[in-house]
Design a protein around this ligand. Structure first.
Ligand SMILES: [Ca+2]
Ligand SMILES: [Ca+2]
Ligand SMILES: [Ca+2]
Length: 246
């Protein structure tokens, strides 16, 4: 490996060692370990591997691609569509890897890539009035409409309808309307109740509510008296006091 000058002995008479080799004590050339002595130029992410009369840099770790013989370049997984972030999360490129942005409100971030809906109806986030059913949706929830006899008060609560004030009751005179939560009732008859609305012996609609008079007048004109009375009866059954289960 070492060329001596013609006719010369060893020592200074011999030529220089080739690149990557160094002269030892007996005038021969031995390998330099560039990895051990720090004279290699592999980047920090590429491991140095010593070879005879040289060295090589190991391939870049995952998340990087080789940039020439010594360096690495980060792979941008976001712009190259190599990521697994769900459509609800943005891809964020970082050296050697990528990460996904936080999930929008209403979802958990337990999974690094996907978002899982929070069932607010099963948590303390459920602010629905007990009269309104909580309906879970992806990313949120809502409260179902209030039951009969109530109106929605905002997104969560219910307000009782005062049927007596709104004149939508069906009590027949002499019975008067008394508002209750979710309904109304007709005051007690002096002698005997006929049903929920009238007294025994009273003439139907002889002193009816505003609604009954109005409806009856309209319905008689349109449908004739028999059908009209039936329609008013159905209206009162639908909107009147809730029948108690016996
Ligand atoms: Ca990256
Ligand atoms: Ca939800
Ligand atoms: Ca009421």
């Amino acid at each position: 490996m070492r060329t001596c000058l013609t006719g010369a002995g060893g020592g200074d008479q011999c030529g220089k060692c080739p690149t990557g080799l160094i002269e030892d004590k007996i005038y021969s050339c031995i390998d330099i370990d560039e990895c051990a002595n720090g004279t290699h130029n592999c980047s920090a992410s590429r491991q140095c591997i010593n070879t005879y009369a040289g060295f090589i840099c190991k391939s870049c770790p995952s998340g990087y691609i080789n940039n020439g013989s010594y360096d690495c370049t980060d792979i941008d997984e976001c712009t190259n569509q190599l990521h697994s972030c769900s459509s609800l999360r943005s891809c964020i490129n970082i050296p050697g890897n990528y990460t996904c942005s936080q999930c929008p409100p209403g979802y958990t971030n337990d999974d690094p890539y996907n978002c899982e809906d929070i069932d607010e109806c099963m948590t303390t986030d459920n602010k629905c009035d007990k009269l309104r059913n909580c309906i879970n949706t992806l990313g949120g929830f809502f409260c179902d409409d209030c039951p009969r006899g109530y109106t929605n008060n905002g997104n969560f609560s219910c307000d009782d309808i005062n049927e007596c004030n709104s004149k939508t009751f069906c009590c027949v005179s002499p019975r008067t309307c008394e508002n209750t939560l979710g309904s109304y009732k007709c005051s007690a008859c002096p002698i005997k109740d006929k049903d929920a609305y009238a007294c025994e012996g009273a003439i139907e609609f002889s002193g009816p509510s505003f609604v009954a008079v109005t409806l009856l007048g309209i319905f008689i004109g349109v449908f004739g008296i028999t059908t009209a009375i039936l329609l008013v009866y159905i209206f009162c059954s639908e909107t009147g006091p809730v029948k108690k289960k016996s």
